[in-house]
Design a protein around this ligand. Structure first.
Ligand code: PLP
Length: 355
């Protein structure tokens, strides 16, 4: 039976990207060695990193004065690398969910953290809009897509202080005005690659400004200066990212990804609203295109496990909602197909017809 992958991350990747990465793992460019076996300093690997950096710059139309590095440690490591590098005295954080809170927790190790606004009281169903950022904050940190709660800022905020964004679950799904940010970071395992690499985009002039000493591996400057080659980088995930970014480019770039994301999300939200069994959990104006969260309406609550089984038997994978929200979550990153979304919608309709 055909499977439709709605996992929140690691998540679906284009088939051709998986095949190209698998082929390189068997024989890297006819060398007779696996991509896993070559030196990261091999002559034929440097072009992979160069190409990946070039694609990030091209796809997000990076202005001059920004660097792109590939680092290990997951986005969770950036939660601490960011304040290490940028927090001198005070930082502002917008609390839009679990990941924002985790980022905030790390920042508290380095200085004063001001939570400028939070939607915690409503289980993070919306993005707070009216808040004041202290003028003396070193930066404002936002999470553009809240993977768990299904809310998203599909716009670039005007911030009175330097903006830093965790874009782990929506990078490359829309055009971004990078000039508004001092730093953008993302773990790769949703929209970019397999797990194991982070993309960090950093404004060069924002580096080397804090007075503290930064351990070598946690200092962004180390990696900028060494072109992501200070130590052994995650070679296979970087290769996979390069192939996936090529796929994004070949398929129309981030403008086309944005259009497709809207199309998929519109289809699914329309069905959630129409279907008597379900309701969406996020406020309509802040609904994510990437993670579409929905629950059973109260009068059908007892059917939750039945629907999960029903959809699973029809090939849906990974639609069980995160425990903080319950119900269902259909993750629709760049590789998600209209066909997959249609299959899920058909399951919802068929299940409704039985009840
Ligand atoms: N930030 C966001 C928005 C996420 O969705 C996740 C993981 O799902 C993380 C950070 C943490 O990423 P990692 O597991 O790579 O540390």
């Amino acid at each position: 039976m055909k499977k439709y992958n709605f996992n929140a991350g690691p998540s679906m990747l284009p088939r051709e990207v998986i095949e190209a990465t698998a082929a390189a793992c068997l024989d890297f460019e006819g060398s007779g060695l696996s991509l896993m076996e070559i030196s990261h300093r091999a002559k034929n690997f440097q072009p992979v990193v160069d190409k990946a950096v070039e694609l990030v710059k091209e796809l997000l139309d990076l202005p001059a004065g920004y660097s792109v590095v590939f680092l290990a440690g997951g986005a969770s490591t950036e939660f601490c690398r960011v304040p290490y590098n940028f927090l001198e005295k005070k930082a502002a954080y917008l609390n839009t969910g679990t990941w924002a809170k985790k980022a905030m927790k790390e920042a508290k190790l380095f200085g004063e953290v001001v939570e400028v606004a939070s939607s915690a009281e409503d289980n993070y169903t919306y993005i707070p809009k009216n808040f004041t950022v202290p003028a003396d904050a070193d930066y404002l940190h936002i999470t553009t897509n809240n993977t768990i709660f299904g809310t998203e800022m599909r716009y670039d905020l005007d911030s009175p202080v330097p903006l830093i964004a965790d874009m782990s679950s929506d990078i490359f799904s829309r055009p971004v005005d990078v000039s508004k940010y001092n730093c953008i970071y993302a773990g790769a395992q949703k929209n970019v690659s397999m797990a194991g690499v982070n993309i960090v985009i950093v404004k060069d002039e924002a580096l080397n400004k804090v007075s503290r000493q930064i351990p070598t591996m946690l200092d962004y400057m180390t990696h900028v200066k060494n072109g992501s080659m200070f130590n052994t980088p995650p070679v296979v995930p970087i290769y996979c990212a390069m192939k996936n970014l090529e796929w994004v480019k070949q398929n129309g770039g981030v403008e086309a990804m944005d259009k497709r994301a809207k199309e998929r999300a519109d289809m699914l939200y329309t069905e959630i609203e129409r279907n008597k069994l379900f309701r969406g959990t996020a406020k309509a104006e802040d609904r994510s295109y990437m993670n579409i969260c929905f629950v059973m309406n109260d009068e059908y609550k007892e059917l939750e496990a039945d629907f999960l089984q029903f959809a699973t038997e029809r090939g849906m994978v990974g639609i069980k909602g995160h425990r903080s929200v319950g119900g269902f979550r259909a993750s629709c990153y760049n590789a998600q197909t209209i066909e997959g979304v249609q299959a899920l919608i058909q399951s919802m309709k068929d299940f409704e017809a039985q009840h």
